[in-house]
Design a binder for this molecule. Structure first.
Ligand code: FAD
Length: 465
């Protein structure tokens, strides 16, 4: 158990020492701390850090963490604050440790197909730097302003996971600072490793509870020749999702396979003033394709058309231009903003085996109906990751009912062989539900791992385990 009273206070002497480490202008103690009191988790409570500290290098991170540990002050690592589970929210006050000044891209190594960056580099900045060298970092978590440090710490997924996987599939090595101030280097610019425990993979997805990540080496590939999007309308959601296994079974591997219903398309059109093609159908698949050249693209799109038509597709829209592709992608990227504006109360980020997506979405909708809770379902059908947006009026919602519904949604996902978060992480908003997906033995083991890294529990206390 942790509580705010177990921890040391950020005194004026601590603030002075922090200023000595990073310079006065990089230590915030006034109203500007408000920018660090929340992330993008819906309806999450705000918590003000006692102090925000912005180190510019690894040596400063070491000194800050040593100072925090010596004085038993909680530290909440923070990237861009776009997380959806409250991971970067300083729920016990203390230090908000921001990576925003650690923004150097240290190397793009063309010979080894790798890039090494500091954690505060954003996804969009990394992509631009590697593309300038003719290389490609293919992962595409929907929020481009998120940092690479945040992507690593949440094991971000996104819209290209069907073909490329998630962040952990592209990280080769890390540098991280432990609570003690010691620096640990894991992995390197090599692709194979059978040398003792894989600490890189343990740190990925640990949501700042084990260490502060200060350097990241990622794998790169060559860029595709052709990028295209097919937008496929169906008369029902079950037809749309039911088509996904048929596409994959046919040996077709798109980059992404997203599903969505008409309600969220309608909301987007109202929100943006823009029109989505063929917007009058009940449900859609957005198929994102990357291929070597035009011939390969024609081959894959004809095969998808064939399978989709046999599985209930009404028509097929090929974006065909940069503007049309951008319009479709922007719509998908804006779903979070759109549902937030329309009464988003919470998100369940359940992942199930791919073959169970249709069954799971049907079950989730049934749970919503039985409990009188409106649920919008959309997500990454091709990798089994379903986003269930719980909608309603925050002022009048029956909170007990809402929580019971969330539990039933998680239980149904776990019951089908899945788990409670595919990419958003646990943070503190989903921490109470972790036992639904983890046995007591597994939770105990995770707690012991946490203690091995951080014996005094100063790294993001109150999160995950
Ligand atoms: C519109 C929108 C769309 C999104 N779409 C997707 C999507 O498609 N796929 C997806 O996976 N996510 C998505 N997200 C969620 C979010 O963008 C990701 O979780 C992202 O990885 C968070 O990065 P961040 O820099 O904002 O991290 P933050 O929110 O600042 O932090 C996230 C977690 O990482 C920890 N952390 C951050 N930096 C470090 C560090 N250097 N060392 C140790 N711990 C650290 C924090 O303590 C926290 O626990 C979306 C969010 C929004 C708002």
């Amino acid at each position: 158990m942790v509580s705010g009273t177990d921890y040391g206070k950020v005194t004026s002497d601590i603030v002075r020492q922090l200023s000595e480490i990073v310079g006065e202008k990089n230590v915030l103690t006034g109203d500007d701390r408000m920018n660090y009191n929340k992330d993008e988790a819906p309806r999450a409570k705000t918590y003000l850090p006692d102090v925000v500290v912005k180190p510019g290098d690894t040596a400063s991170v070491c000194r800050i963490l040593k100072l925090a540990e010596d004085n038993h002050i909680p530290v909440t690592p923070r990237g861009a604050g776009t997380g959806l589970s409250g991971g970067a929210v300083p729920i016990l006050g203390g230090i908000s440790l921001s990576s925003e000044r650690m923004k150097r891209i240290l190397e793009v190594d063309e010979a080894n197909f790798s890039a090494t960056t500091e954690p505060g580099v954003t996804l969009v900045e990394l992509c631009a730097a590697v593309e300038a060298k003719g290389l490609y970092y293919p992962l595409y978590p929907g929020e481009k302003l998120a940092t690479i440090g945040g992507n690593v710490s949440t094991n971000a997924g996104g819209m290209r996971a069907v073909k490329y996987g998630v962040t952990r599939n592209f990280v080769l090595g890390l540098e991280a600072v432990l609570a003690s101030g010691e620096v640990v280097r894991t992995g390197g610019k090599y692709f194979k490793c059978s040398t003792a425990y894989d600490l890189t993979q343990l740190l990925i997805g640990s949501e700042g509870t084990l260490a502060f990540v200060t350097e990241i080496t990622v794998r790169l590939i060559t860029p595709p020749g052709v990028r295209e999007i097919l937008f496929i309308p169906f008369r029902s959601l079950s037809d749309a999702i039911g088509c996904v296994p048929a596409i994959l079974k046919a040996g077709i591997l798109p980059v992404g396979l997203e599903f969505m219903e008409k309600d969220v398309i309608d909301m987007y059109e109202k929100y943006s003033g823009k029109k989505i093609p063929m917007h009058d159908y009940a449900a859609y698949l957005m198929v994102i394709i990357e291929s070597e050249n035009e011939d390969a693209f024609i081959n894959i799109s004809e095969r998808i058309e064939d399978v989709a038509t046999k599985n209930g597709a009404v028509d097929i829209f090929v974006a065909g231009s940069e503007a049309a592709r951008a319009n479709l992608l922007e719509a998908r990227e804006k779903f979070h903003a759109v549902v937030t504006q329309n009464g988003l109360l919470d998100i369940a980020d359940v992942v199930v085996p791919r073959s169970k997506v249709a069954e799971y979405v049907q079950k989730a909708k049934q749970i919503g109906r039985e409990n009188g809770i409106s649920i919008i379902a959309h997500g990454h059908a091709g990798d089994g990751n379903v986003h269930l947006e719980i909608m309603g009026d925050a002022a009048t919602i029956d909170q007990k009912k809402e929580k019971e519904t969330l539990i039933k949604l998680f239980e149904a996902g776990v019951g089908m062989g899945g788990t409670i978060s595919g990419e958003h992480g646990i943070g503190y908003t989903k921490k109470g539900y972790l036992p639904l997906a983890s046995s007591p033995e597994k939770l105990q083991l995770m707690r012991r791992i946490k203690l091995a890294f951080d014996p005094h529990n100063i790294m993001n206390p109150g999160k995950v385990v």
